[in-house]
Design a protein around this ligand. Structure first.
Ligand code: HEC
Length: 136
């Protein structure tokens, strides 16, 4: 009975030692796998945030190359294509329907987004163009 207890204790002791051992190759890899799994889980948890795109985030990814992040159109591409400042009165005086049509159907060098973006996304972009107009 007593000797069993001693054995049990020494076994626990050995287990503790095992835990404290510095990681060898395999355990290290397992550790990395676990870390990767945590990162993957965090990435998945982050998905709803990605789905929650705003007019601003859409504009930055789809439109800023030509129109500039602020809509001024002062990027090399914007200057080259002679885009108007989206915040200017000439652009802002157009109706939402006009701006929606421009983004949906495109015009000359302005690409059509009809097949690339949903109506909701285009509506978000129109509101963002309005927001930029107010900020100027
Ligand atoms: C390849 C460059 C390019 C990209 C990318 C681009 N545009 Fe344009 N955009 C233009 C050009 C060029 C015009 C001027 C078209 C014309 O009037 O001939 C224009 C015009 C516009 C206008 C009308 C402005 C005016 O002068 O009346 C709006 C609004 C607009 N773009 C919004 C957007 C939005 C929103 C996006 C992203 C979804 C976008 N554009 C992406 C090049 C681009």
């Amino acid at each position: 009975m007593r000797s069993n207890r001693v054995k049990e204790l020494s076994r626990r002791k050995r287990n503790e030692n095992y835990k404290e051992k510095p990681m060898d190759g395999t355990r290290g890899r397992k550790g990395m796998l676990a870390a990767a799994a945590v990162l993957a889980a965090a990435g998945l948890a982050g998905l709803p945030a990605i789905a929650q795109e705003t007019g601003e985030s859409l504009f930055k990814t789809k439109c800023a190359a030509c129109h500039g992040a602020d809509g001024a159109g002062t990027t090399p591409m914007g200057k080259n294509l002679k885009v108007r400042d989206l915040r200017s009165a000439d652009v802002q005086k157009q109706s939402d329907a006009d701006l929606t049509a421009m983004i949906t159907k495109g015009k000359e060098k302005m690409p059509a987004y009809e097949t690339k973006l949903s109506k909701e996304q285009i509506a978000k972009l129109v509101s963002f163009v309005r927001e930029m107009g107010k900020k100027k």
